[in-house]
Design a protein around this ligand. Structure first.
Ligand SMILES: O=C(O)CCC(=O)C(=O)O
Ligand SMILES: [Fe+2]
Length: 295
């Protein structure tokens, strides 16, 4: 009884908090006035982010959301933890491609461990602040201006539009490229030890895959490899389609590392390929080692 009544009190308080935090209060608008995107401060912010992205393939905005928002978002994750997916498989960095034309030992067939939990878009309630921030139009417009795209839309993927990575001690995320450029993330909670986001900015370009450079990265001898500090509440824009990246193993930690990824795209109604969807919705399907036929 005691337990049930305190649980009830908790849910009532949660409901009140979720309603108290209005969508316009989610973002720290004093520092990041993106609701008024044409204002000189917002335009200066866009310019600064674009410069960071051009130079480093990454732009970090610290304290992007308030501590209250972070707290509520973390409880939203906690509530869904029992239904989180779990991946325990090796994957290639190029899992959306056919890689079997390449010899063993080639980066196209390199295998690294994916060990992590995650939640997908359809698991989040529309009222959850995690969903509300994604749906908030000024966020899309801000990201559009920073990426310099003519148009930008929230992806319409029923599973991958929002992904929350939840990583415990011993978990890690394999080296990979993203398949689109519109992925942004919000760090809810880093691990106490390890679990660093590591990446090689612009290691490949549109024509040169730079497999030699990628091999060095996997061997730990790439001068490009970097681990930027990413604190709780930091919003990250990142060129993941050209920059190979991973999350290093999580060390001892009293709480999971939780990072939310939102996906945008230049085309309206974009859904990810069936292979990308399967990699997440059926983590045991083998979709993580690449396509099994050329077409
Ligand atoms: O959680 C992270 O820091 C990176 C996640 C990521 O790269 C991905 O899920 O594609
Ligand atoms: Fe990624």
């Amino acid at each position: 009884m005691e337990f049930r009544s305190s649980l009830k009190r908790y849910y009532v308080l949660r409901g009140i908090l979720e309603h108290l935090v209005k969508v316009t209060d989610l973002v720290n608008l004093d520092s990041y006035p993106i609701q008024d995107i044409q204002s000189p401060t917002a335009q200066a912010l866009v310019t600064k982010c674009r410069q960071d992205l051009d130079k480093n393939a990454l732009c970090t905005l610290e304290n992007f959301v308030s501590p209250e928002t972070l707290m509520v978002m973390k409880t939203e994750i906690d509530d869904l933890l029992p239904s989180a997916y779990r991946a325990e498989h090796e994957r290639t960095p190029y899992s959306w491609r056919y890689n079997l034309d390449f010899p063993d030992g080639h980066p196209r067939r390199a295998l690294h461990w994916n060990r992590y939990g995650y939640l997908l878009y359809d698991q989040f309630n529309k009222m959850a602040l995690i969903s509300q921030l994604f749906e908030w139009p000024p966020l899309t417009e801000f990201v559009r201006q920073v990426l310099g795209f003519e148009t930008l839309y929230r992806t319409a993927d029923p599973y991958l539009s929002i992904v929350a990575n939840i990583m415990q001690t011993g978990d890690e995320l394999a080296w990979h490229f993203d398949t689109n450029d519109g992925v942004v993330s919000l760090m809810l909670q880093p691990a106490d030890e390890g679990g660093h986001f590591e990446y090689a900015p612009y290691i490949r370009d549109e024509v040169d895959e730079n497999y030699g450079g990628i091999q060095k990265l996997f061997e730990g001898s790439s001068s490009l490899a970097d681990q930027p500090a990413i604190e709780a509440g930091t919003f990250v824009l990142f060129k993941g389609r050209r920059s190979c990246h991973r999350v290093t193993p999580i060390g001892q930690t009293t709480h999971p590392r939780v990072n939310i990824l939102y996906s945008f795209d230049e085309r309206p109604g974009m859904v990810f390929s069936q292979a990308s969807q399967m990699e997440k919705t059926q983590p045991k399907s083998g979709a993580n080692v690449g396509l099994t036929s050329r077409t």
